[in-house]
Design a protein around this ligand. Structure first.
Ligand code: CA
Ligand code: CA
Ligand code: CA
Ligand code: CA
Length: 262
């Protein structure tokens, strides 16, 4: 079971795990966008596959607060559109159908707390959250964690974990804790009880549906996290990457770092 594990981390772990097969489409994508530098892993870059009328597109959100759309040409990419100024650094980009109309939208969040939905054909802004709703957003993922069909925006803003209804655009739930400031999030059943958790890289584990704080780890989980069952017990381990390089493995069900003694 491989979920949400970054390709570079997977490649790094491949010799250890004896992974003989890594999804061909993923490695093709890596090669498409530049050898060993997997540009599609960047949080502020999305790659849209070619369709009959539009070539492969890259959308890049930059530190200066602009979005850029690039289209693939025979040997390179070429910029075809630049956004208005989004008032602070682009923090993350996602492509998802957030309103169940079978069309995907581009979802953008900015460092200073703005959320925007853009039409992926015209790049026009369809919706933005109020300017002063949040001061800072440090991380976001989009996952369906409740009974309604559309996915939720799950993010850390002003130190709180927030679940935001994508379709009706309101805060469904926010944590009481205000000191979490996670820069990476994931959703998965990390303790094998059949229900998903939301994991913050700052060490917090919440029930995804009912929002109870299940565990507060005494140590953080690294700057980047992935999930993989490494010991074939049917429960994924949480793999944390520190300083872009060093790996620690956690057994969240046992609430400790995994023992690596042979
Ligand atoms: Ca849609
Ligand atoms: Ca939902
Ligand atoms: Ca669980
Ligand atoms: Ca396991």
């Amino acid at each position: 079971m491989v979920r949400w594990l970054p390709i570079s981390l997977l490649l790094m772990l491949a010799p250890i795990l004896n992974l003989s097969r890594i999804d061909a489409s993923e490695t093709d994508l890596v090669h498409l966008v530049g050898g060993s530098g997997a540009i599609d892993e960047f949080d502020t870059i999305v790659l849209l596959p070619a369709r009959e009328d539009i070539p492969t597109r890259l959308i890049i959100g930059d530190l200066r607060g602009f979005l850029h759309v690039f289209e693939q040409r025979p040997d390179a990419f070429e910029e075809v559109w630049t956004s208005e100024y989004f008032e602070s650094a682009i923090g993350g980009l996602f492509v998802a159908d957030i309103n169940e109309d079978d069309l995907e939208e581009l979802i953008v969040f900015t460092q200073k707390g703005r959320l925007h939905y853009l039409n992926l054909e015209t790049y026009s802004t369809q919706w933005s959250n109020p300017p002063n709703e949040y001061e800072q957003i440090t991380s976001m993922i989009i996952e369906n964690v409740d009974e309604d069909e559309q996915p939720e925006l799950i993010f850390c803003a002003d130190g709180r974990l927030i679940i935001y209804d994508t379709h009706h655009q309101f805060e469904e739930w926010g944590s009481d804790q205000t000191n979490m400031d996670a820069t990476d999030l994931l959703v998965g059943d990390v303790d094998g009880d059949g229900a998903d958790e939301i994991v913050l890289n700052t060490g917090y584990v919440f029930d995804a549906r009912f929002h109870d704080l299940e565990w507060q780890s005494p140590e953080p989980f690294g700057q980047r996290m992935g999930l993989l069952d490494l010991d074939n017990d049917g429960i994924v381990e949480l793999i944390g990457e520190f300083n872009g390089r060093f790996i620690k493995i956690f057994d969240v069900d046992l609430r400790r770092e995994k023992s690596t003694d042979p």
